[in-house]
Design a protein around this ligand. Structure first.
Ligand SMILES: [Ca+2]
Ligand SMILES: [Ca+2]
Length: 152
């Protein structure tokens, strides 16, 4: 763009709003890596799609560091107790960005409700990270737990 600060005989070319290709990060980079040309096909690579039919939607595959195009096992939950706090432990994709993990509890496997949890890094395990989710339960930890992934 040209503005009036430049005299008539001193024409110059001004370039602004140069758009450089963005370096894709996080979930988008993962989609490109895993799905190639289908990275933007919502029914294949979308967060709620499950193209391998293993019951884990792509967002969960990403968060837990699984293969979205091959049957994956639901990650196991471990548990460790420290005083009145219990840590639920699960292996996750330590380089996942833009996702958060949450804890749901049920006493009858029918009704589930989210319980407060405090995440902490339990260190690297192979190419994954051990995520600890501290849960404080007044009435003991009796019940069923599951860990979910959501975008943040
Ligand atoms: Ca899946
Ligand atoms: Ca899978």
């Amino acid at each position: 763009m040209k503005d009036s600060s430049v005299g008539r005989d001193a024409d110059k070319v001004w370039v602004d709003s140069v758009k450089l290709p963005a370096r894709e990060e996080g979930l988008v980079a993962w989609r490109i890596e895993k799905f190639g040309d289908d990275f933007d096909e919502i029914y294949v690579s979308g967060s709620l799609a499950d193209p391998d039919g293993d019951g884990l939607v792509n967002l969960a595959e990403y968060g837990f560091g699984l293969d979205p195009l091959a049957i994956s096992e639901v990650p196991n939950l471990g548990i460790s107790r420290v005083g009145s706090t219990s840590d639920l432990e699960v292996l996750v994709n330590g380089s996942a960005v833009g996702v958060g993990f949450y804890v749901m509890k049920s006493v009858d496997l029918v009704g589930w409700s989210e319980v407060d949890s405090v995440p902490s890094d339990g260190g690297a395990v192979g190419d994954k990270m051990l995520l600890k989710l501290g849960v404080l339960e007044e009435d003991g930890l009796k019940g069923f737990y599951r860990v979910g992934v959501r975008s943040e």
